[in-house]
Design a binder for this molecule. Structure first.
Ligand SMILES: [Zn+2]
Ligand SMILES: [Zn+2]
Length: 339
């Protein structure tokens, strides 16, 4: 079968490899779609330290169950499934607390210690497979992972009806945060970014006001818009020191700060407000697939508009090599690989 194989920094190519055999508890899936993720780019460039070549990349995919390994129950051949990439052991203390994202197994499909989904077939544990509702098409389904993260993250945040929020970063996750905050009853949601085409999608995902952080003063606008009080919830979904700093300046006393963006390294931040304003800081790296699929099935936001680029395996390699994805050229928001 064809697969996009990573053999070290900047070395990605389509290779012919054997179709994997599903082991006990696993299923073999005929790949239909895989979302292209920022962490693929990190791996490609050698910046994601936990990834070791050779590795088939791709971890936001799904497809049709083709073959069952021994001991698999509750799923049948021909099922349409989306696959959660974190391989949890089910035995460590975090798994037993139901916090699978913190599992000690340390393996993730397409990222750490397990081959991924940019391939005609891939194997995954049956327990990582979630049935895709009939009304959700494959392209849209590729957004499940991107939605499952914000859906999980907001569990730790209190949002009251009529509440206010500011989301820093208008990437796909930031846009989903807007939609989910509105669903939770927020009456005023700001979205802040420096890219016009991303901000442009904000209103379609529920943002009430978009702020261009380079041309406008986000802190001033949000303070003025909340009568100096600040917002109840700040979501940092940009992974930027500046966004974090501005976010903390517009958070009301007693508010929630959700850290979702990935910072490349240590950042400088004034901790004093966390103490004196009694902020609750929430970290989040887990996923909630069932809730994400349920949200998608309701079709309350135009998820398909986030998908700006479609690739086959060769096209994906080219998109990495040419820097198109890194530089987010041609209005790039989210790419999907269709097989
Ligand atoms: Zn991802
Ligand atoms: Zn575990």
């Amino acid at each position: 079968m064809k697969a996009a194989m990573w053999r070290g920094p900047f070395k990605l190519s389509v290779e012919d490899v054997p179709v994997p055999k599903p082991r006990e508890g696993e299923v073999l899936i005929k790949t239909m779609v895989v979302g292209v993720c920022g962490s693929d780019l990190e791996v490609y460039e050698g910046k994601f330290k936990h990834a070791q070549p050779p590795l088939i990349l791709g971890h936001e995919g799904g497809g049709i169950v083709e073959e069952l390994g021994t001991g698999v129950t509750g799923i049948s051949r021909g099922s349409r499934v989306m696959v959660e990439c974190v391989l949890h052991c089910g035995r460590c203390e975090f798994c037993r607390e139901g916090r699978y994202g913190l599992c000690e197994s340390g393996k993730t499909i397409g990222l750490i210690g397990a081959d991924g989904e940019y391939a005609e077939y891939f194997a995954a544990p049956a327990e990582n497979c979630y049935i895709l509702p009939e009304q959700i098409g494959w392209e849209e389904a590729a957004m499940t992972d991107t939605l499952a993260g914000p859906r999980h993250g907001l569990k730790g945040v209190e949002v009251n009806p009529g509440g206010t929020a500011a989301v820093f970063g208008a990437g796909p996750a930031g846009l989903f945060f807007c939609a989910l905050l509105k669903e939770r009853g927020a009456s005023l949601v700001y979205i802040v970014d420096i890219q016009e085409h991303r901000l442009g999608l904000g209103p379609q995902f529920g943002a009430d006001l978009t702020i261009h952080a380079q041309r406008e003063d986000a802190v001033q606008i949000i303070r003025d818009g909340t009568s100096g009080r600040g917002v109840d919830v700040v979501v940092e979904a940009a992974g930027s020191q500046r966004a974090l700093g501005e976010g903390m300046q517009v958070l009301r006393k007693g508010g929630y700060l959700l850290l979702y963006g990935v910072f490349g390294g240590p950042v400088k931040v004034d901790l004093q407000p966390i103490q004196f304003c009694e902020y609750t800081v929430v970290g989040s790296c887990g996923l909630d697939y069932p809730a994400a699929l349920e949200f998608m099935g309701r079709r309350s936001v135009p998820i398909e508009r986030m998908v700006t680029h479609r690739f086959d395996l060769g096209g994906l390699v080219h998109a990495f090599e040419s820097g198109m994805i890194r530089e987010q050229r041609d209005g790039y928001i989210k790419g999907v690989v269709l097989l």
